[in-house]
Design a protein around this ligand. Structure first.
Ligand SMILES: NC(=O)c1ccc[n+]([C@@H]2O[C@H](COP(=O)([O-])OP(=O)(O)OC[C@H]3O[C@@H](n4cnc5c(N)ncnc54)[C@H](OP(=O)(O)O)[C@@H]3O)[C@@H](O)[C@H]2O)c1
Length: 177
């Protein structure tokens, strides 16, 4: 699944005939926290695991993705200064921040061995309240990119088409009565 709203998850669940919906894969990183308002609480209430993709914000194929803050930018500086307290890099801070959410797993992509090792060391420690507040100031709450919203629109279009087809299908009309 790839849904940033609760309604499509409910719709999807209703089409599964009692089979539980267990996972929703959706973007979650410092520059896109749109799932926090609706989807994350809904998923927690309903036992659905959120699989957050692009934890560093790259998603090169998603229109409007910003990527990781550039070296020298204010945002990068704040991540580096927080990381310095713990002997961690800016990337490790970003990954640890994503994983502060319970019931959420993340899937960083790393081809380089040193990145894979770095990412493992993003675990096992916690950002404190002050760190989280600082991060909040520099990374304002943000909405989904246009590409992701279009993905969701396409899902609804496909769903309504399949429903219309089913309604026009005598076999389905018979079995659903
Ligand atoms: N369901 C969907 O629609 C959807 C959409 C987008 C992405 N995804 C999935 O999400 C996963 C990750 O997404 P993504 O590749 O878009 O973005 P990402 O994980 O946010 O970023 C990957 C980039 O970060 C670099 N990187 C990783 N660890 C690093 C570290 N410790 N220090 C410095 N750089 C580091 C990687 O470099 P190297 O590779 O050179 O190590 C790579 O360039 C993929 O499996 C992808 O298939 C799913």
């Amino acid at each position: 699944m790839l849904h940033r709203k609760a309604r499509p998850l409910q719709e999807a669940q209703s089409h599964l005939g009692g089979i539980p919906l267990v996972c929703n894969q959706v973007g979650y990183h410092l520059n896109d926290t749109s799932i926090e308002s609706e989807v994350l609480p809904f998923a927690k209430r309903n036992g659905i695991t959120i699989m957050g993709y692009s934890p560093f914000g790259y998603a090169p194929h998603v229109f409007g993705a910003k990527g990781f803050p550039d070296v020298g930018s204010q945002e990068r500086h704040i991540l580096e200064s927080i990381g310095a307290k713990y002997g961690k890099t800016a990337y490790q801070v970003a990954l640890n921040w994503v994983l502060r959410q319970e019931d959420l797993v993340t899937i960083p992509k790393a081809a380089k061995k040193e990145h894979i090792v770095d990412n493992l060391h993003a675990l096992g420690w916690e950002l404190d309240k002050g760190d989280l507040e600082q991060i909040e100031c520099f990374f304002p709450r943000c909405i989904a990119s246009q590409g992701e919203r279009e993905n969701e629109d396409r899902f609804f279009l496909a769903l309504s088409r399949s429903q219309n087809q089913n309604e026009n299908c005598p076999q389905f009309a018979h079995s659903s009565r």
